[in-house]
Design a protein around this ligand. Structure first.
Ligand code: ADE
Length: 245
């Protein structure tokens, strides 16, 4: 899968894409990054990419021509139109389902807005607008990295089987069960004894119950989208009883 990133701050991408899972995926040839500086496509000798807003008001607005020219270059050099996604706080909220859907595109072009916004006409050039949450960041670069991380995990071969199944549980709209590692006692805190029992069926049931309990307590909004299996219905009933005691 190819990610092309359009930005005014290409340096922001240098180290995050050269570590860990992403680094290995690039080495294996599973994902590829092209990072383009929008400023290289500006039309005037000062390479201007922003200007004051028509109608007045504070701040600067990113100009349409350099963005449009960079997009044309991307499409022309790829020989095919990629999916163009603009990162903006006004976009649709990004979630696990969107990550999975976007991972099915062979070529994604992420456009990072900056300053107080981009010329509204840029919206007519892109296929989607995505926000990573209801807060304003200084630009679309960190959101683009968030998308890249979450999407890459769905590209076949990027994760081992174990890691993929952890992601699967989130798709169910459940939080992950609690995890522990050595030592079995830290200060006065003990690892639940069931995890040391070696009884795999009991461990499986305990984990399911704890995942449901954690979700009810910490993210009740996720429970609304959770579709319980028969076993889960009993667990939910018991957990609710326990919590009301
Ligand atoms: N640009 C600035 N803030 C953003 C956000 N929350 N999501 C996506 N792009 C942004």
């Amino acid at each position: 899968m190819i990610f092309t990133i359009l930005t005014l701050f290409p340096n922001l991408f240098s180290s995050p894409l050269q570590e860990s899972i992403i680094k290995r995926a690039v080495e294996k040839g599973l994902i590829e990054f092209n990072i383009l500086n929008i400023r290289d496509f500006a039309v005037d000798i000062h390479r201007t990419c922003d200007d004051s807003p028509y109608g007045g008001g504070p701040g600067m607005v990113m100009k349409i021509e350099p963005i449009s020219r960079t997009m044309e270059y991307v499409e022309h050099s790829a020989g095919r139109r990629p999916k163009f996604v603009l990162l903006t706080p006004q976009g649709r909220l990004f979630d696990q389902g969107t990550a999975e859907r976007l991972a099915r595109n062979p070529h994604l072009c992420l456009i990072c807005g900056r300053y107080e916004g981009v010329d509204e006409r840029v919206l007519t050039l892109v296929d989607e607008e995505i926000s990573i949450g209801d807060y304003v960041l200084s630009g679309g670069e960190v959101p683009a990295l968030v998308l890249i991380d979450a999407i890459s995990r769905h590209v076949p071969g990027v994760l081992g089987n174990e890691q993929s199944s952890i992601d699967e549980s989130f798709k169910e709209h459940l939080l992950e069960y609690p995890q522990y590692t050595r030592p079995d006692v830290f200060e006065d805190m003990e690892v639940p004894s069931v995890l040391l029992s070696g009884n795999h069926e009991e461990i499986r049931r305990w984990r399911r119950r704890e995942a449901i309990k954690k979700t009810i307590l910490k993210r009740p909004d996720l429970m609304e989208r959770f579709v319980p299996a028969r076993e889960d219905q009993g667990i939910i009933k018991k957990v609710m009883e326990e919590l009301s005691e």
